[in-house]
Design a protein around this ligand. Structure first.
Ligand code: SIN
Length: 328
């Protein structure tokens, strides 16, 4: 990718764009087809070409194809690879920020993971598209351009997602629509900001340490827990060795079958997406309590799109402190 210099002739801001696939890199056989496409086909250099040309002087781009997947197939090995590439580039003094092109379907999970592991002092901006690159009116190029703007903004930091001109914190973003181009919401927390014609209008602070790390424990303890997680992700240990955590759902007629099966399979943690304020069917709760007795860590979230679980003294199972509300 060509190196541009700014008007004053000083060193340009270096933005690293990591491609992982998704609809933004999707290809359909017809320009009118926004759903019958194959995700993850167009290379990241090709996606970046028009954006880099438009952005002009003042930004140097590095494009790196980390993967080419439909994000429904995202897995821990790829997360580990992505976190390592981010850590490598973030350490380079001349890198101002990172943009990651990603499928929309699991974008929020990758964003949360990267924020929890890296807590970057520079911006790491995930972006995406709801229409393939071959669409008559694709949304990917504008989203990518907006993401570059955010990644180049002085003072920006942490992991955010940029889509349809909105900047979402990694800790709050959720995909809430299956086909509209403005498919994401930050729920009650609201947007971090907006990208308005190449300028960031900030509405609230950039993402910070995930709340579950610091709630109910001293900051020093939270920091050492985060360091331990980061070391594990960055170490040579395979992602298959990470403790297995599964998600189960409460619903009318829910029972304990799935939980009992997971415990028999050696699961180490369960996040239960309860109904309403994290309520659980009596049979599901009984199975979860059996799991806890067997040493499995269990936390209760809510399947509601908005809100979080508010704790009560009568709770038999601890709530997730808002950290995993978006798992439903
Ligand atoms: C994907 O998540 O990779 C496909 C769907 C999308 O990007 O919108």
């Amino acid at each position: 990718m060509a190196v541009n210099t700014n008007a004053a002739g000083s060193s340009p801001a270096k933005i690293v764009v990591l491609g992982t696939g998704g609809t933004i890199a999707g290809r359909a056989t017809s320009a009118g087809d926004n759903i019958g496409y194959t995700a993850g086909e167009v290379g990241v250099e090709q996606l970046l070409g028009p954006v880099a040309a438009f952005q002009g002087a003042g930004v140097e781009f590095v494009a790196e194809q980390v993967a080419q997947v439909d994000s429904k197939d995202m897995g821990f090995a790829l997360w580990q690879q992505l976190a390592r590439r981010c850590a490598y580039w973030l350490e380079q003094a001349d890198v101002a920020g990172i943009v990651i092109t990603h499928g929309t379907d699991t974008l929020e999970e990758t964003a949360y993971f990267l924020q929890a592991v890296l807590q970057p002092a520079k911006p790491v901006v995930l972006t995406c598209a709801m229409r393939p690159a071959t669409a008559l009116v694709p949304d990917g190029p504008q989203n990518l351009l907006d993401a570059v703007v955010v990644a180049s903004t002085p003072g920006a930091h942490g992991v955010v997602a940029v889509c349809a001109g909105n900047i979402h914190s990694a800790l709050d973003v959720q995909k809430v629509h299956s086909y509209k181009v403005d498919a994401f919401s930050s729920g009650d927390a609201g947007l971090v900001g907006l990208v308005e014609e190449g300028q960031v209008r900030q509405l609230r602070p950039w993402p910070n340490v995930p709340e579950f790390h610091v709630k109910n424990r001293p900051v020093a303890q939270a920091v050492s827990a985060q360091v331990a997680i980061k070391n594990r992700v960055m170490s040579e240990s395979a992602s298959e060795d990470w403790p297995r955590v599964e998600i189960v759902l409460n619903y009318a007629g829910a029972g304990g079958l799935v939980v009992d099966a997971l415990v028999a399979q050696g699961v180490r943690g369960i996040v239960v997406a309860g109904t309403g304020n994290g309520t659980l069917h009596v049979d599901l709760q009984a199975a979860l309590l059996r799991a806890m007795e067997a040493g499995v860590a269990v936390v209760r979230a809510t399947r509601c799109v908005f809100g979080r679980v508010l704790a009560t003294p009568a709770d038999a199972i601890a709530d997730a402190q808002g950290a995993f509300c978006k798992t439903a």
